[in-house]
Design a protein around this ligand. Structure first.
Ligand SMILES: [Zn+2]
Length: 484
């Protein structure tokens, strides 16, 4: 223990935060931190359960005078998105190099895991101090939230008595999240028809690249109507197939289904005599698209460059036309807005990845909705459209929404305490992204939850930083809520 955070307040919270930073705990590498949490409880004679998914539940009895209060669940995830500037450094075995500048805590060269390490630190600091007044507590530390919420999905909710839950996985102080979207990941596969290589001597291979898009998280940023590089490829291919005699050599783009694709490229074979005209067509489409996205996505660039086919197989123009039509037709972006909250998408989807494997091109889509029926309907639409172009769909990792509760005693109570402390109203928010609360809401009858947290900037990046002052304010607020 280096004690880099010593002297910062709240000292216990930062003590535990620093301690967990010394244990590598990226998603899928949670054995050690899970064991550490179990040991923490055993050392303090607190009842603890560690399940097969490495989730840990630690129980604390009610303080004197709080025996009649409803059991409260505190919850956060123990895994973090572990990213490092230096690819040589193995985050699975290397502790975080934690520092602070008086205002923010960060980790040198890597993500910090304030998301959601600060929840773990808060919960440990509470469990560690018997003087903190609180109702009976069930502290739930879940695993692998960042990679599909596997821990929450595996959690046996019959181990919990509480119906009220304070989730500590939000990153903006003063914002109470009280609802989230459900989602489905879909994959569509369209088989291409290999084309004989005998008539290719008059052809050249051209790589067309779409770059410079803003991209962004497909939940938070879908409302911005930014461009999607995969959709732009569909548009280009559709026009190109219409005007030229072409075959496809390859196509790829995007990195994650939940990120708006910020770049994509494809390679086609075109008659050598058509190259100049093709370049002109691409320049025209680039101009059109750039104008359509003015002030929304200003960096879009579409370039064409000659490449070499080598020994690669190519695919027929007719099957390429089918692929282009499917990419054009499949819906993308916001499909409907909520009637009950201004500025909140009801239902959306995002094409995040396109790739070719053998003779098949796959597209990966992330569908989201605040309402289960609308999500299911969108799934059917995508399946129907894919079917019309001979594409086959598969679904994976479906997770439920956390529906906004009109009547929420916990929210009312937390708002009251907030008003008393700050003479201000918290911002009540429903988000268009998934949270573990959606999964827990499905499992716990009468689920009443609010998600809060201190200010954390640039999560999931190596610039991630946690505000010290905000951590202290949220800590004091949390203690007030527990003792209210
Ligand atoms: Zn998180």
């Amino acid at each position: 223990m280096s004690g880099r955070l010593e002297g910062l307040e709240p000292s216990k919270v930062f003590h535990f935060f620093e301690e967990i930073c010394s244990i590598p705990h990226g998603s899928y590498h949670v054995d050690e931190i899970s064991r550490y949490l179990e040991d923490f409880a055993l050392k303090r004679n607190l009842r603890v359960i560690r399940d097969k998914a490495n989730n840990v539940i630690i129980y604390r009895d009610a303080s004197k005078g709080f025996e009649d209060r409803p059991v409260t669940i505190l919850q956060g995830h123990m895994d973090m998105v572990a990213v490092n500037d230096d690819p040589e450094i193995d985050m699975d075995v290397t502790p975080l190099d934690v520092c602070h500048d008086g205002e923010y805590i960060y980790a040198k060269g890597s993500s910090l895991g304030g998301d959601d390490g600060i929840a773990v630190a808060y919960m440990l600091a509470i469990l560690d101090d018997e003087r903190i007044e609180a109702p009976a507590l069930e502290a739930v530390f879940t695993t692998n939230e960042e990679v599909g919420m596997d821990g929450a999905i595996a959690l046996d909710a019959s181990l919990l008595k509480g119906r009220r839950l304070i989730n500590l996985d939000s990153e903006e102080e003063g914002v109470f999240t009280v609802g989230c979207a459900g989602g489905i990941k879909m994959k569509a596969g369209i088989e291409l028809e290999p084309y004989g290589s005998e008539n290719l001597s008059d052809k050249a291979c051209v790589r067309i690249s779409v770059n410079g898009l803003l991209g962004g998280h497909s939940g938070e940023m879908i409302i911005k109507n930014r461009a999607n590089a995969i959709k732009i490829c569909g548009r280009l291919l559709y026009d190109i197939c219409d005007r030229f005699d072409v075959e496809l050599a390859d196509i790829k783009g995007g990195t994650k289904s939940n990120a708006i694709a910020d770049k994509a490229e494809f390679e086609i074979l075109v008659n050598k005599t058509d190259i100049a005209e093709l370049e002109a067509v691409i320049a025209d489409i680039e101009q059109e698209i750039r104008s359509e996205y003015i002030k929304k996505d200003d960096g879009i660039r579409i370039t064409a460059a000659e490449s070499t086919l080598g020994e690669r197989c190519v695919f027929s123009g007719s099957s390429l036309k089918k692929l282009a039509s499917f990419i054009m037709a499949v819906p993308d972006g916001v499909q409907a807005m909520c009637g009950w909250t201004d500025g909140l998408p009801l239902t959306s989807l995002n094409a995040g990845i396109i790739e070719r494997k053998g003779n098949t091109v796959y597209t990966y889509h992330e569908l989201r909705s605040q309402m289960g029926s609308s999500l299911q309907n969108l799934k059917k639409r995508v399946t129907a459209i894919a079917g019309a172009f001979g594409a086959v769909c598969e679904n994976s990792s479906e997770y439920p929404e956390w529906e906004y509760r009109e009547d929420s005693p916990l929210r009312d109570e937390m708002c009251r305490v907030y008003r008393e402390m700050y003479s201000a109203e918290p911002k009540i928010e429903v988000i268009h992204a998934g949270l573990e609360c959606g999964i827990l809401a499905q499992k716990i009858d009468g689920f009443d939850a609010v998600s809060i947290g201190p200010d954390i900037l640039d999560i999931h990046t190596t610039k991630e930083k946690l505000s010290i002052k905000s951590t202290e304010r949220v800590w004091k607020y949390l203690l007030k809520v527990l003792s209210a």
